[in-house]
Design a protein around this ligand. Sequence first.
Ligand code: FES
Ligand SMILES: [Fe+2]
Length: 344
Amino acid sequence: MEITNNRMQPLLSSLSSSSKILKNFWYGIEHSVAISTKPKTIKFMGHDLVLYRGTEGQIIALDGRCVHRGSELAAGWVEGNCIHCPYHGWRYESDGVCSHIPANQPDVSIPKRARLQSYPVQEKYGLVWLFWGDLPVEECPPIPPLKEFDESGWRSVHGDFAWDGHYTRVLANTIDMAHAPFVHATAFGNKQEPMVQAYKLEQGEWSASGFITFETKPAYSLKFILGNDPPAGVFRATFYMPNVSRVDLQFGKFQFVLFLVHLPVNETKTITKWLHIRNFVTTPLADSFMRRDVVKTFVQDNNAVKIQAGAAPQDLTAEIHAPSDALELAYRKFYNQAVQMGWS
Ligand code: FES
Ligand SMILES: [Fe+2]
């Protein structure tokens, strides 16, 4: 495992129980192409992080606010592997240690506490993954698999989608088996066929999936690809704790994968960094159609998510569940398991 940050020790006190996100997981937080030597702020459930590339192209991830007076470091500048605060020019090394305070006389030492938290980072599948935790990374769940990304015969496009809801609700929506007939009634959902097949849960260590077959009512680009006599569809939904979901749709030999990393921005905002990977019409000319299909679908889904109440409750009895909710219930159980392990 290649980790582009030199800090492998447990994190410091900035990870408190008030962080409202599970710890000891890798979080997909941005597309690799969006990070350059120009620093960028990433909002991560109320925390500001700053990400930029160093001299070897490696990504450096630090707390995004200057410890001097709280300025946004992404408004500053990068030199080599260091970032400088725009307000009084304090310089931070890639491990977060402040190494220069320009206003100081030469004999004044820099306070030991003048340092930012730094975070281990990896790049995989064209995404940036940040480790948020206080255990050694080797003891924690790995980044989820996505074998299609590197296989020949698949073409991938990516994008962002901003939701008006908590990431647990967004993730739940993307693995929800019962909403399509209603939320997507004008597209691929069929209101006349709302019943969901009984499905079996397949559980991994920090993941689960379920699949159903259904009669196809192709919409958008799939209408042109599948024609008038479409094969039955197979829908598989999978989640990986704590913020990744994956949707597989298969119509005969046509398959596509939606790999979705749900970045928790705050309690009411989530940005999904999505990949759409297809094994048909792999010409780049079709990319814009695929992008449009994803966004149209998410717009409909967001209409459902934004009218939900808050985050998914931790108390499993706080809402009533139907058999079709088995997959989301498995997510909530894993979430509670992590909390019980002290990973919150
Ligand atoms: S606020 Fe950053 S150097 Fe003063
Ligand atoms: Fe949906």
